[in-house]
Every structure is written in C-alpha cells, then in structure tokens.
Design a protein around this ligand. Structure first.
Ligand SMILES: [Zn+2]
Ligand SMILES: [Zn+2]
Length: 304
C-alpha cells in the first residue's frame, strides 16, 4: 500500500499511514553497501571517499507519486503522501553516534541538510520540509537522520506561522528575535556563542527540551555561512553531550523548524528533547505516524 496522509474526522490533525517495515539484514548504511541504496548527495574527502551521504529513504514517509487529493469530503479527508524522503548517513563509522563525532564532522552533516533542503524547496507541491533526528535506531543501527517534504503544512507548523505573523503584524518585530533577547539573560539560559543561543523554553512540551536559535534572523539552515554552520555543529554537540550526562538512558529527539515554502519570512530554530514513546515526527511536528492501517487493525481484531 502507498503511504497516505489522512486527516482526523473532527480535529485538524494529520496522520501518515506507512506500513513499510525495516528489514533486519545487515547494515545498508555502512561503507561497502553503497549499491544497496540510491544516493542523492554526498560530501567527500580529498580522495573521493564519502564522509556523509544522503540517500532515498528505503522506509519513506512520503513518495514522489503524482499529487492528488483523493477524497475531499466531510468525513474522510485523504491525500496521497506525495513528497520526497531521504536518509542522511551521518558517518562512515557504524559504532558512532552524532554527538560523539568531532564538530568538523557534525558540520558536514549540517551541510548536507542545508544542501538537500535548498534543492528540495524547488520541487513541485512542497509546502513543508522537515528534518528529524533521534537515537532510537528504529530503522537502521547506523547513525542517521531524515529529511522529508509534505504537500501540506502540519497544523502545529501553521500555528507557529500564525503566531509569527501575528506578532510581526502587531509589533513590526520578529517573535524569535525578541525571545532571544529575553532568554539571553535569566534562569533558562544554557549557552551562547557568536551565532547561536541555547535555552530551556519557558513552556516546554517535552522533558529536557532545549531550543537552539540563530542570533541573526535567518529563515532557513541553508542561509548560514561556513563559519555559522560550524558554530551550529559545536552548539548541537555541546547540548547533546550535556544531555547525555543528564538523561539516563540517553534517548533524544531533534527537529528543525524551517521557513515553510510558501511563507516569505520566519526565524528558523531547532528543538532537542528527551524521547518519549511517541514518534519523533509527532513530538516535533504534531503528525501521527501509523505503522498499521486502521483497515488492518480492524481485520486483526475481527479475526480474519
Ligand atoms: Zn552501519
Ligand atoms: Zn528573527
């Protein structure tokens, strides 16, 4: 079955139905397995050896099928999960987690995010681009993150955009620029460098939640210069290392909030948090992920 985006009967909440299950045969992300996956982008060393690569996601959230709204009616609202899903292989080393890599290598991961986001923005029916990362290893044992596009804007992102636009309309200022000023001093401040600030948000939605915001008003990770990307790598490494000491077991999620494609303005930021049992896409963007379709659940429960 192709993945589907389905809206709740009553509330404005979307679910992605994806019944594709990971296979447990070997590691498809390790060096030597390159031909098993379809590469979209890579960063190489001087000898042509890949350091970080992006591949077509074997367990995609969205597929590049023809975009169509299947049924637009009051009860069943469905869109085929049109879009592109990629997996970023963060290192050649099967045993290393993202925060254990040197900042220079984390910088390469962020450079791949930036390059892929920049390219995916130009494709058709891309309203939203998400970047999600966790260390649960649900699909691969190797360190990886996911980049995907959606043909809709998740409700949680719509709310963020509405709040951003509303604040700008009333004050002629950016809410995130003002948040930085307020949180730079005070009890929730964690760290700060030339380009970024990290703090525990005033009203967190998850345990051990940390926001990282660029001090300059950038709308997307793809606008950062080389030095700023390196500084972001250092900031992420620093926060993850601190969290790895504070949380036991150390299970975290990280999501990026970038300017949606149809919006002119935004101030991009990153949320890192302690993982719960929810999928990271739910904690980050408010999208449900269903690995068994309701039709199959009913079949199981009916006993046929
Ligand atoms: Zn591996
Ligand atoms: Zn701003």
């Amino acid at each position: 079955m192709q993945n589907e985006l389905r809206k709740s009967y009553d509330i404005n909440e979307w679910s992605i139905l994806s019944e594709i299950e990971p296979s447990a045969v070997g590691c498809a992300l390790c060096p030597g397995s390159e031909e098993k996956t379809e590469e979209t982008f890579k960063i190489e060393d001087k000898k042509g050896k890949w350091l970080v690569r992006s591949i077509v996601d074997p367990y995609p959230l969205t597929h590049p099928t023809k975009f169509k709204v299947k049924e637009k009616e009051r009860i069943f609202n469905t869109i085929n999960a049109h879009g592109w899903s990629e997996v970023v292989v963060e290192t050649r080393d099967h045993t290393k987690e993202l925060h254990e890599l040197p900042s220079e290598e984390i910088k390469n991961v962020l450079k791949v995010y930036a390059a892929r986001v920049k390219e995916l923005r130009n494709r058709e029916n891309v309203e939203f681009i998400g970047i999600i990362k966790d260390n649960l290893h649900l699909e691969f044992e190797h360190a990886y993150s996911k980049i995907f596009t959606l043909p809709i804007l998740p409700e949680q992102i719509k709310e963020k955009i509405n709040a951003f636009n509303d604040y700008q309309f009333k004050t002629e200022k950016c809410i995130y620029c003002d948040i930085i000023k307020k949180e730079a001093k005070g009890p929730r401040h964690i760290l700060e460098n030339d380009s970024f600030i990290a703090f525990a948000p005033f009203s967190p939605s998850e345990n051990f939640e940390v926001w990282i915001i660029p001090k300059k008003h950038y709308t997307c990770i793809s606008e950062l210069n080389d030095f700023e990307i390196f500084t972001l790598a250092e900031t992420i490494k620093n926060i993850l290392t601190r969290l790895s000491v504070a949380i036991n077991p150390f299970k975290y999620g990280m999501v990026f909030y970038l300017r949606p494609n149809k919006e002119k303005d935004f101030h991009f930021h990153i949320k890192i948090f302690q993982k719960t049992l929810h999928p990271t896409i739910k904690e980050g963007y408010g999208i449900n992920l269903c690995k068994i379709s309701p039709e199959n659940i009913a079949k199981i429960l009916r006993g046929n």
